[in-house]
Design a protein around this ligand. Structure first.
Ligand code: AKG
Ligand code: FE2
Length: 271
């Protein structure tokens, strides 16, 4: 595994030329300390209360997208993948109004990008943990772009913005990317690897050392995966929120939205 050599970038209200060039070359970038440890704690409290609310209500899907359930290290039911979270929690909704998010669409220029709070799967929260009854401890190789095809749309440029809520040095697993693959042609985008079922390390893959509070951005066309932690239980836990930046036609989801086809496929794959 190669480690991403990324200068300690700080996200302001406008991207610098160095940040733009780094992203253009690699298809991924890290901004350090986007939020403080205190804000991380505050967000985790909100996430836990949303989780309790949805479990109590017996909710299975939000706007057509299934929630993913599993068990934590104490055998308690948890939600391992939330979607559209900010539409159901005021603090998460306010959080997305941070003016620094408005700097990020410049990464898809000349397209006009917007924060997809009610498009695709909205604000996603992933909770990975390795326990006997977890259903989510890793994620196979994929790019995020072909989901557009399943939604009956042409592939349009998009970004996935990650806000990381746990420390995760690359040795603990976490995000692995193939830098530069955001510039590949459509055939490589669709067929370079077997979507979601391939969990094998790639000799060219790059890992990232993440601290709680860091923000990452990756291009939707970049090949990436999540490496399982070598640890189990609480030491294997990795919590990260993702919000998409979308270009092209505005297709908001609503309570009657159909389940996208790729979720039927993803749910068959054991993570
Ligand atoms: O958890 C991560 O860091 C990546 C998740 C991911 O790739 C996805 O949800 O599409
Ligand atoms: Fe992804």
């Amino acid at each position: 595994m190669i480690k991403l050599e990324c200068p300690d970038f700080i996200l302001g209200e406008k991207l610098t030329q160095e940040q733009l060039s780094f992203f253009d070359k690699n298809g991924v970038i890290i901004f350090r300390n986007f939020i403080t440890k205190k804000t991380v704690e505050d967000l985790l409290k909100e996430i836990n209360s949303l989780q309790q609310k949805w479990i109590t209500e017996g909710l299975e899907k939000v706007n057509g997208t299934p929630l993913k359930f599993g068990k934590d290290e104490n055998g308690e039911t948890i939600i391992q993948r939330f979607c559209f979270s900010s539409l159901h929690n005021a603090v998460l909704h306010e959080f997305l109004k941070d003016p620094r998010f408005k700097a990020l669409p410049e990464l898809v220029a000349p397209y006009e990008g917007r924060i997809g709070e009610n498009e695709k799967d909205g604000l996603v929260i992933n909770q990975y943990v390795k326990t006997p009854d977890s259903s989510f401890s890793q994620m196979g190789w994929h790019t995020d772009s072909p989901r557009d095809l399943f939604l009956g749309q042409k592939i349009m440029p998009m970004l996935n913005v990650g806000i990381h809520l746990d420390d995760c040095p690359a040795e603990n697993g976490g995000l692995r990317v193939l830098t530069g693959t955001h510039k590949q042609g459509i055939l490589k985008l669709l067929f370079a690897k077997k979507y979601f079922v391939d969990n094998n390390p790639d000799p060219q893959e790059t890992g990232v050392d993440i601290n709680a509070g860091d923000l990452t951005v990756h291009d939707g066309r970049l090949w990436h995966r999540v490496q399982q932690s070598p640890f189990t239980g609480i030491k294997s836990r990795r919590r990260v929120m993702y919000i998409p930046i979308i270009t092209g036609k505005f297709i908001p989801k609503h309570a009657k939205s159909k389940t996208p086809f790729y979720h039927h496929f993803i749910s068959k794959v054991k993570f």
